[in-house]
Design a protein around this ligand. Structure first.
Ligand code: DC
Length: 220
């Protein structure tokens, strides 16, 4: 029988899942698992082995991903490739452009799900992704689905990058987010028992408080 607690936070690109999940984990003294980071790590691995995405097959991606491991740090799990941290590489434009293709591969999805389940077997976790509350942990103790207006998500992305912005950049980023939503739509569906939180006009702190309060209400 499972003895650890699982909070699953899902939602579309740039809905603030990962930073929110990280902060909720820190408040509760749980570990954060970002399932997207594993899709990204597999993409970084195959990009090193084969720079032309048209040549990628499920088999070659899984082979390349053999060097990927999920390690536990103080507040989160993080992926390493061939024993080295790859945080910067997995957030780069090349990986971001190609990761949806890798995330469409059913056996890669099984590979990610097994790694995330392993992490949750040994620690209390806050997991974030697209299908944590539906496919990976249908039995999660709390399920959250974050949504936010696409333009607001684009504005957050640009603020995160910290580069000067303009209406044109905001339009372009909004379009990119809408395109990513369409590519990831199949796996980005709220669980029937998820609490849906619209974060468009919430601060990061308010989002975190809402989730922690839901958790306290439910477990008290
Ligand atoms: O959340 P993110 O941008 O880091 O996700 C990277 C990619 O992985 C994105 O294309 C969606 C996909 N993904 C997924 O299909 N299922 C998950 N549980 C997490 C991410």
């Amino acid at each position: 029988m499972r003895r650890t607690s699982i909070i699953a936070i899902d939602g579309p690109a740039a809905s603030g899942k990962s930073s929110t999940a990280q902060m909720v984990a820190e408040k509760l003294d749980y570990l954060h698992v970002d399932s997207g980071s594993l899709y990204r790590a597999a993409t970084a691995a195959i990009l090193r082995a084969q720079p032309n995405p048209d040549e990628w097959t499920e088999r070659s991606v899984l082979d390349a991903a053999r060097g990927v491991e999920l390690r536990a740090a103080r507040t989160s799990f993080y992926p390493v490739l061939d024993n080295r941290a790859i945080e910067e590489e997995i957030r780069g434009a090349d990986v971001t452009r190609n990761v949806s293709r890798v995330a469409q591969m059913p056996r890669v999805r099984e590979w990610v799900n097994a790694k995330v389940r392993d992490a949750a077997a040994s620690s209390n976790v806050v997991v974030d992704g697209r299908d944590m509350g539906t496919v990976v942990f249908p039995e999660a103790d709390l399920k959250i689905f974050l949504v936010a207006d696409s333009r607001e998500r684009a504005a957050r992305r640009l603020r995160q990058r910290g580069t000067p912005t303009s209406e044109k950049l905001l339009d372009d980023e909004t379009l990119r987010i809408i395109e990513r939503d369409a590519r990831d739509a199949r796996q980005t569906v709220p669980a029937a028992d998820a609490a849906i939180i619209d974060t468009t006009s919430l601060t990061q702190r308010e989002q975190v408080e809402r989730i922690v309060n839901l958790w306290i209400e439910q477990s008290g």
